[in-house]
Write a protein that binds this ligand. Structure first.
Ligand SMILES: Nc1nc2c(c(=O)[nH]1)N[C@H]1C(S)=C(S)[C@@H](COP(=O)(O)OP(=O)(O)OC[C@H]3O[C@@H](n4cnc5c(=O)[nH]c(N)nc54)[C@H](O)[C@@H]3O)O[C@H]1N2
Ligand SMILES: Nc1nc2c(c(=O)[nH]1)N[C@H]1C(S)=C(S)[C@@H](COP(=O)(O)OP(=O)(O)OC[C@H]3O[C@@H](n4cnc5c(=O)[nH]c(N)nc54)[C@H](O)[C@@H]3O)O[C@H]1N2
Ligand code: SF4
Ligand SMILES: [Mo]
Length: 755
């Protein structure tokens, strides 16, 4: 463990990483005024963040990173377990024993009455590798349930499925981020890195200076502003665009014939489809000029070093897997993947979005990126776990299908949530909140009273980030050690402690669920050995020594694998596969009642559901409330002035947002950030249409109309009132859930101290 403070309490530096996104920027934490253990009245520690030079961030941090330490002492930080004995009753603080006894007792009863699959678990891609691993094991072994999935289903599932289909293996970037420094050309598809990973743009400088950055985004984002060429398609038409660009590559003589012959299979079937998508036809479907399609291909084809990178704009669609495949096809046709200085990658989002999809919290998966329906994988993992392979459940429901089934006759009756705030971040969130309310038992482990925790019967306060140790795997497949910088507040426990406490109460041997993260990692090494994501050669010793280890690392003396696929792809014959995919438009096309496309995404200052960043005063001040970006003519047609409140209405529900005139918007499209709560939730309108393979919901396009909000109530920002819907704006999905933030529980709005 890192030495944190000197005896006199002066600050000491801990080298660690940011708590938020997958770039995992290096930072140092200085801690002073550490309160003595057991003295809760002592002043909270002052923690200062300074950037640290690390390859992904090169000494840069975004505003979220700079202010990350605020969440450690945020007003409303959970300090003690809360228990609600009846729906509608206020939750009361209880001891850990009382909380865990209650949860274990209810779980035993529900399992006895309805069977093991009546208990479900949801995890998150922000959890460390150790937590992810322990959560998957806890679900399969201690609960015996198949019903576990995680929020990465909403994030990387389409990219992962397309990557496995094409390359036989899914590692978001199969090369180090720093390889991009030498790129002459980069095609960014549905990625707004200037806001979602600001320090990442340092690696694009050469491409930008060369006139080689091409951005595909329906909006003119801060990223698109830096591009030599911005292709601005209608949301949900990327697949057609990729086919048009492939057509242009063939027609204009840019195919890499030798590479296609030596390293790939499937081009002929793909061409049979792409032949029908000539650029002028694609222009009519996407709105992207044929000449721009050709110019974009030319930029990539002429560069010595070129990359194609996708992110959520391309992938969060009901056709997300095929769309990602179509962009991979283009990269393969140009001969980019698996070559030094060129490549294809998808930008993983969450802090541990990569490791989080490898170690068994996904419905169809066992540790080491193994499949739960593979008998050899079951035998290997069961042996590490000391159980009979026959006892391991099979695959369960995907995240949205799981949420949709809660409380249904054949669905789960209890749900344990670790590290996701689905009441805000799941599609069709109004319906999801109704399903949560239909449960017999909702348990949420979190660091703050998130909107999901507000609905829970039992809330378990856990340690965060700088208060604990653990490993994460960043967007380039590099395993990192996050160090502990300060003691947690008295009264909170780690997620590993929580799982241990519950497992023991459910009759498991105590040693099967260790609470020490390094001990868990030692077991993860063995469980992952021989799997696609092999961590068996990674040790905390090597990480402490600063070794740069990209998986697979199959032996303790193996140097790691910074670049995959240089010699062969991971399919048995070593060849990459082009996938014969065809365009299909958005699941919900606009019509007379809902004439506009709505798309959703992120702003620089907020993270995800906002559970963390809406508690940081600087970030709230920068973006205090939800807005909707609209072309001025579109807004005028709906009778809306700039700055006015509007209701964005879809077939699922409506979200309130302030109109922002953006002249560069497409007239047929509006954009909403999804970071805000209550009646400002973008996900009240989104469409849960799922991709048939990845089960990814269509977050990035649905049909809406804009309506004025008549009697405008006095502007209430999340800072001054976090629950606008409880203030005289009842919302159907909250019926029966009176204000769940009772007096006596610290709440941002009740603590003027930091505002
Ligand atoms: N500030 C901030 N940074 C974050 C996060 C955060 O919440 N806030 N979250 C992290 C996580 S988990 C993730 S997954 C990443 C996400 O990182 P990004 O994928 O970069 O973020 P998004 O804003 O979701 O989507 C990117 C862009 O897709 C565009 N888009 C919408 N529809 C389409 C379409 O049909 N086609 C194309 N080509 N583009 C489309 C949107 O206009 C948007 O600008 O960010 C990570 N970093
Ligand atoms: N409309 C729309 N919706 C989207 C998206 C979109 O682009 N548009 N993007 C989707 C994507 S890509 C993602 S990744 C999801 C993210 O959405 P969420 O999964 O809701 O993400 P967070 O807000 O990061 O939620 C993490 C929660 O875990 C808590 N937490 C943090 N650390 C820990 C820990 O160590 N242990 C425990 N127990 N809890 C912890 C945080 O306080 C927070 O409440 O949203 C998806 N939803
Ligand atoms: S880019 Fe991501 S990892 Fe870096 S400081 Fe910002 S949120 Fe943290
Ligand atoms: Mo994500």
């Amino acid at each position: 463990m890192a030495q944190r403070t000197s005896a006199d309490g002066a600050s000491a530096l801990t080298a660690t990483h940011c708590p938020y996104c997958a770039l995992q920027c290096g930072m140092s934490l200085a801690v002073s005024d550490v309160p003595a253990p057991g003295r809760p009245s002592a002043p909270p520690p002052a923690v200062t963040v300074t950037p640290r030079d690390f390859p992904t961030n090169r000494g840069g941090l975004c505003q979220k990173g700079w202010t990350a330490a605020r969440v450690l002492t945020a007003p409303g930080r959970l300090m003690e377990p809360l228990l609600r004995l009846a729906r509608g009753a206020p939750p009361r603080p209880v001891t850990w024993d009382a909380a865990l006894d209650h949860v274990a007792g209810r779980l035993r009863q529900i399992r006895a009455d309805h069977g093991p699959d009546a208990v479900a678990v949801l995890g998150g891609g922000g959890l460390t590798n150790e937590k992810t691993y322990a959560l998957g094991k806890f679900a399969r072994v201690a609960l015996g349930t198949s019903q576990i999935d995680y929020n990465g289903r909403f994030c990387m599932s389409s990219a992962a499925a397309a990557g496995i289909r094409a390359f036989g293996l899914d590692r978001g970037l199969p090369f180090p981020v720093t390889d991009l420094d030498g790129a002459d050309a980069v095609l960014l598809v549905g990625a707004n890195v200037a806001e979602t990973m600001p320090p990442f743009t340092r690696h694009l400088r050469r491409a930008v200076d060369n006139g080689g950055l091409v951005v595909v985004d329906p909006r003119r984002t801060a990223t698109a502003e830096q591009a030599a060429l911005h292709l601005q398609p209608t949301p949900g038409t990327d697949l057609a665009l990729a086919l048009g660009m492939l057509h242009a590559a063939v027609a204009d003589g840019h195919l890499d014939h030798a590479y296609l012959a030596e390293r790939t299979a499937g081009f002929d079937e793909v061409w049979r489809i792409a032949a029908r998508w000539w650029p002028e036809r694609v222009e009519r479907v996407t709105g992207v000029a044929a000449a721009d399609q050709r110019a974009a291909v030319r930029i990539l084809a002429r560069a010595d070093s070129a990359y194609v990178l996708t992110a959520r704009g391309a992938e969060q669609h009901a056709s997300g897997v095929d769309t990602a495949s179509a962009w991979i096809n283009l990269a393969l046709a140009l001969g980019l993947p698996g070559r030094r200085g060129s490549g294809f990658g998808c930008l993983t989002g969450q802090g541990n979005g990569q490791g989080g999809r490898e170690h068994g919290q996904k419905a169809d998966q066992l540790p080491g990126y193994r499949r739960i329906d593979d008998p050899a994988a079951r035998a290997h993992v069961a042996e590490v776990w000391g159980v009979d392979p026959a006892e391991l459940p099979g695959p369960g429901r995907s995240a949205y299908e799981l949420l949709d089934a809660l409380g249904a006759p054949d669905g789960p009756r209890a749900l344990l949530v670790f590290g996701t705030n689905v009441a805000v971040s799941a599609p069709r969130a109004g319906h999801v909140v109704q399903r949560l309310a239909a449960l017999d038992l909702l348990v949420v482990a979190d660091v703050v009273l998130s909107e999901t925790a507000e609905l829970a019967d039992v809330v378990l306060p856990v340690t965060q980030w700088a208060e604990e140790e653990g490993t994460l795997t960043n967007l380039e497949g590099r395993v990192l050690l996050r160090r502990r910088a300060l003691d947690p507040p008295t009264g909170v426990r780690t997620d590993l402690d929580v799982l241990h406490g519950l497992a023991v109460r459910l009759g498991q041997p105590a040693a099967r669920f260790p609470t020490d993260a390094e001990t868990v990692f030692e077991e993860l090494r063995r469980a992952s050995a021989g799997g696609p994501a092999d961590y068996s050669g990674v040790t905390w010793e090597r990480l402490r020594a600063g070794e740069q280890l990209h998986w697979p690392v199959p032996a303790p003396d193996h140097p790691g694998t910074p670049r995959l696929f240089l010699d062969r792809f991971a399919h048995p014959d070593g060849r990459a596969r082009l996938a014969a995919v065809d365009h299909r438009g958005p699941a919900e096309p606009p019509d007379d009642d809902y004439p506009l496309h709505a798309t959703t995404g992120r702003v620089l200052q907020h993270y995800q559901s906002g559970a963390q960043t809406r508690r940081v005063p600087e970030l709230v001040a920068a973006v205090p409330e939800s807005f909707v970006e609209v072309h001025p003519d579109t807004a005028a047609r709906a009778g809306l002035a700039d700055g006015e409140l509007t209701r964005v209405v879809s077939r699922r529900g409506s979200a309130v947002a302030r109109v922002r005139y953006v002249p560069s918007m497409r007239q047929d499209t509006v954009f909403l950030p999804f970071h805000f709560a209550a009646d400002r939730r973008a996900n009240l309108v989104t469409n849960p249409a799922l991709d048939p393979v990845s089960r990814m919901p269509e977050f990035k396009v649905c049909a809406v109309r804009l309506e004025p909000v008549r009697a405008e109530h006095p502007s209430r920002t999340p800072a001054s009132h976090p629950h606008p819907n409880f203030a005289g704006h009842p919302h159907p999905d909250l019926a029966g859930h009176p204000h769940p933030s009772p007096a006596g529980h610290p709440h941002p709005s009740q603590d003027g101290g930091t505002r």
